[in-house]
Design a protein around this ligand. Structure first.
Ligand SMILES: *[C@@H]1O[C@H](CO)[C@@H](O)[C@H](O)[C@H]1NC(C)=O
Length: 359
């Protein structure tokens, strides 16, 4: 019996591909790494940028997601002088009273803080939010700045601008800047290191990863507990998320493995073929005492939310002595616009998150 040409081709193709497909299946490459069904899309309810590490944040309706994080997020930081070591809320809780504001019409970042020993006096200065290399060359000098265990090159501003802030800190400080695109990117460590993530990724001055995603449903659940324990509720900005979403079941984000951001249903941009923005969810965010600081007053609560979190949120096998809140993400994008109202879709979940120290 003569086989038709098509049948012959089919047999040859099957003989060729079947072993390859079988191999890929058994090595896991073709099996879904998800466990359980994926949740429905949830909505972005706020976007926050914290231009200067540890200082007050800004809520924005829209911004750009860059490989290093949200535009203008933690591209600046205060450092000691003369050794350029990072300063955070952990060193001085009132750093959160330093308020950056952004004027899009002039692309300017203005920084103000209450003047010490004064009732309503203010310190302040303004700088270009997206400085050109010419501006940086004539107004800053290159210094080695240290964040935790990594040292990276940064642009240091003149004390003609920042001098009055020495008084606020009670010591000599400098302000440094790292542009999101740099010849010497600050490579991610820990769960973001190349050998773990599988590609090169970097950020500016965030502790660990480019983006922190938080869920309203989880902070609401935490607030119920705080209300019972200490008659207290706290604002989400204490956890310094960048992308806040409504979320699903409280804490179900603990298992997210990858997500993508897509325009809200019916948005015109979607029809124009706008790409979705993918992010790898690389780790849970293990917390320190920083969320105990009220971001409006700079005052640190002696117990909460730390004590409550320690009771039920020590859930990561890689860092059992710290409670977790929020998910650390690394964008898989060259850049894209991101807006409040966009949808976040969970594209993969996992049971094997494990925090790898990267500080
Ligand atoms: C600021 O706090 C960090 C984190 O606790 C610490 O590593 C650093 O040495 C402190 N720096 C100064 C100047 O106190």
């Amino acid at each position: 019996m003569a086989l038709s040409e098509i049948t012959k081709v089919a047999i040859i193709l099957t003989a060729f591909f079947l072993p390859i497909l079988t191999y890929l299946y058994y090595t896991g490459s073709l099996r879904s790494k998800s466990s359980g069904p994926l949740p429905p899309p949830t909505k972005i309810t706020s976007l926050f940028i914290y231009p200067i590490k540890s200082c007050h944040g800004i809520s924005v309706p829209s911004t750009r997601l860059l490989p290093t994080g949200l535009d203008l997020d933690r591209q600046w930081m205060w450092v000691t002088y003369p050794d350029y070591k990072f300063l955070t809320i952990r060193n001085l809780s009132k750093m959160t009273l330093i308020r950056p504001s952004y004027d899009a019409s002039t692309d300017t970042l203005s920084i103000t803080a209450p003047a010490p020993n004064s009732i309503d006096g203010k310190l302040g200065f303004s700088i270009p939010a997206h400085p050109s290399s010419e501006w940086l060359a004539s107004n800053t000098e290159i210094v080695p700045a240290t964040v935790w265990s990594t040292t990276t090159t940064a642009h240091c501003y003149s004390t003609k601008l920042t001098g009055p802030f020495n008084e606020f800190f009670g010591k000599e400080v400098r302000l440094v800047y790292k542009p999101p695109v740099s010849d010497s990117p600050r490579a991610l460590n820990g769960n973001g290191a190349k050998k773990v993530l599988g590609r090169d990724a970097s950020t500016c001055f965030a502790d660990l990863m480019p983006v922190l995603v938080g869920c309203e449903n989880s902070i609401a659940e935490l607030n119920e507990r705080l209300k019972k324990a200490d008659d207290l509720t706290i604002d989400i900005t204490r956890f310094r998320p960048n992308i806040l979403v409504k979320g699903h079941e409280p804490w179900s984000e603990d298992r997210w493995k990858s997500v993508r951001l897509t325009p809200s249903v019916g948005a015109a941009a979607w029809k124009l073929g706008m790409d979705s923005l993918g992010l790898d969810v690389v780790a849970r965010c293990a917390r320190c005492h920083v969320p105990n600081v009220d971001t409006e007053t700079g005052e640190e609560h002696k117990r909460q939310p730390w004590d409550t979190l320690m009771k039920y949120r020590r859930i990561d096998p890689g860092i059992t002595f710290k409670p977790c809140f929020g998910m650390l993400c690394v964008p898989r994008v060259k850049g894209g616009k991101i807006d409040v109202g966009m949808q976040l879709e969970v594209t993969q979940t996992t049971d094997s998150h494990r925090y790898v120290s990267g500080m």
